[in-house]
Ligand binder design. Structure first.
Ligand SMILES: [Mg+2]
Length: 191
């Protein structure tokens, strides 16, 4: 059960994502959280975020923002980027992730979820067996509720860190297998 909360990869920042690793796993698109993943909470896309997003797309990956934030906030962030975006996503609900797959024209096995929160980004992605990438929150200043969630996240991550690399690889392999089979029939995920 706890494994549904474990990311497949845990990195310091989005810039550390190994695009060749993603290619090796047949990943063609990224479902991206904004706040504390790409920029500090509430800020517009800065040069760092824009440069990385451009590089990812130049390398052939599709992108779709999936944020629980308001329409106004997502539009503000997206002004410079102008990429596909879903606001009020209700993560860890899976509907927005499915919508993002539809927008990018990808199968679940071809997309990875990137975010800074276990209970929204990672759990939501894992529910669909998507490849999940957790990054460390950019900004330490967070809302009370998020700070509370971080306490639980810390417990989960300490267990996660005790796992062997072999166990993680096995889990990832299992997830990829499930999707490989399901991808043959999209019906299971469609309406
Ligand atoms: Mg976030």
């Amino acid at each position: 059960m706890l494994e549904k909360l474990y990311p497949d990869l845990y990195l310091d920042k989005v810039q550390d994502i190994d695009l060749d690793f993603l290619r090796k796993h047949n990943i063609k698109g990224l479902i991206l959280d904004i706040d504390n993943t790409l920029v500090p909470h509430g800020l517009e896309a800065d040069d760092n975020a824009v440069a990385w997003m451009e590089r990812v797309q130049a390398e052939g990956f599709k992108v779709c923002i999936v944020s629980n934030a308001s329409k106004k906030r997502v539009i503000k962030f997206n002004e410079r980027l102008r990429v596909a975006a879903i606001h009020r996503a209700s993560k860890p609900g899976t509907r927005a992730f499915l919508k993002a797959l539809e927008i990018m024209g990808l199968m679940p096995g071809e997309a990875a979820v990137v975010g800074d929160q276990i209970f929204t980004d990672i759990y939501g992605g894992n529910r669909l067996n998507l490849l999940t990438i957790l990054v460390k929150p950019i900004d330490k200043k967070e809302f009370f509720i998020v700070r509370l969630k971080r306490i639980f996240e810390k417990g989960i991550l300490s267990k996660y860190h005790m796992e062997s690399g072999e166990k993680r690889e096995k889990r990832l392999f299992k997830k990829r297998e499930i999707l490989r089979k399901n991808n043959e029939g999209w019906g299971q995920y469609g309406n």
